[in-house]
Design a protein around this ligand. Structure first.
Ligand code: 0WD
Length: 262
């Protein structure tokens, strides 16, 4: 029996079987959690529906976090299956493609900034707020972030400030929900080739550089992010809240002098 047996998990952000959220859903299922997945928009309904069937999900529900009515109705729909939620995974990020190329100031605009913050950061608070009445008294909320929140990574541009906002959101939500026993954390993943990542200019170089510099001398996998989410979602992590946990083969802590081959 897995260490998440009996837990009920809502996982957002699956766009394909390369999505980080797919790795997370898979790891949660392997450890015995029951799943409800969400998909963004009709064009992903079939693909995520098939993934749901493959993972044995109890339901696959629509959620576009740009729409308040979707956020409001999601948990009404979840309540038709479950009375409580133990794990909520937010693996959603978006910025207009033109904002993820070229220099920061060249690519920035009010619209791109608003969209990136709305979809990538505010949506975590909106989901937590809406899920709150259904959260079990040892529930775990998990979001996905990236080192661009604290370092000016080339090409990451407006997603950097959006991830910084997401991490601050995570801490404020953790402070709010902590008294009721609910834990809230972020996983800061090293680069992984997914649909969203391929929109970032120079992403291939980022992958190579991260693998060269990281102490483990490689990139991380979806499965490694998934296993970390399974741990954070479980009672094994009962003392951890308000944290950013790096799953990046050690890249974030290496000084420039340790850059391999330079
Ligand atoms: O290297 C990477 N891939 C890293 C990703 C490193 C560190 C962090 N992350 C983060 C991302 O910023 C994101 O928050 O992990 C999260 C998941 O990203 P992913 O797995 O890399 O990307 P992808 O497979 O594309 O899934 C992200 C999905 C969207 O995919 P598309 O490709 O269609 O934009 O987020 C979902 C959507 O399914 N999404 C939305 N869901 C609901 N409402 C919305 C929305 N408005 N917008 C995007």
């Amino acid at each position: 029996m897995g260490f998440l047996a009996g837990k009920k998990a809502v996982v957002t952000g699956i766009a394909s079987d390369r999505s980080i959220a797919y790795g997370i859903a898979n790891a949660l299922a392997e450890q015995g959690a029951s799943l409800i997945l969400t998909y963004q928009g009709d064009k992903l309904a079939d693909r995520v529906g098939k993934i749901g069937a493959q993972l044995g999900a109890e339901a696959v529900l629509p959620l576009d976090v740009a729409r308040d009515e979707d956020i409001d109705t999601l948990f009404d729909s979840v309540a038709e299956y479950w009375s409580q939620i133990d794990i909520l995974v937010h693996a959603i990020g978006f910025a207009p493609r033109e904002a993820l190329a070229g220099g920061y100031l060249d690519s920035i605009s009010r619209d791109a900034s608003n969209v990136a913050h709305d979809i990538s950061a505010y949506s975590f608070a909106a989901l937590a707020k809406s899920a709150r009445p259904m959260l079990s008294d040892n529930a775990s909320l998990i979001t996905m972030t990236y080192l661009g929140s604290e370092r000016a990574m080339p090409g990451y541009n407006i997603m950097g400030p959006a991830k910084a906002s997401l991490e601050a959101n995570m801490r404020f939500i953790a402070a709010d929900l902590g008294p009721s026993g609910v834990r809230v954390n972020a996983i800061s993943a090293g680069p992984i080739k997914t649909l969203a990542a391929s929109g970032i200019e120079g992403f291939r170089d980022l992958l190579t550089r991260a693998a060269d510099m990281a102490p483990l001398q490689r990139n991380v996998t979806q499965a490694e992010i998934g296993n970390t989410a399974a741990f954070l979602g479980s009672d094994l992590a009962s003392g951890i809240t308000g944290e950013v946990l790096y799953v990046d083969a050690g890249y974030n802590m290496v000084g420039a002098a340790h850059t391999a081959n330079e």
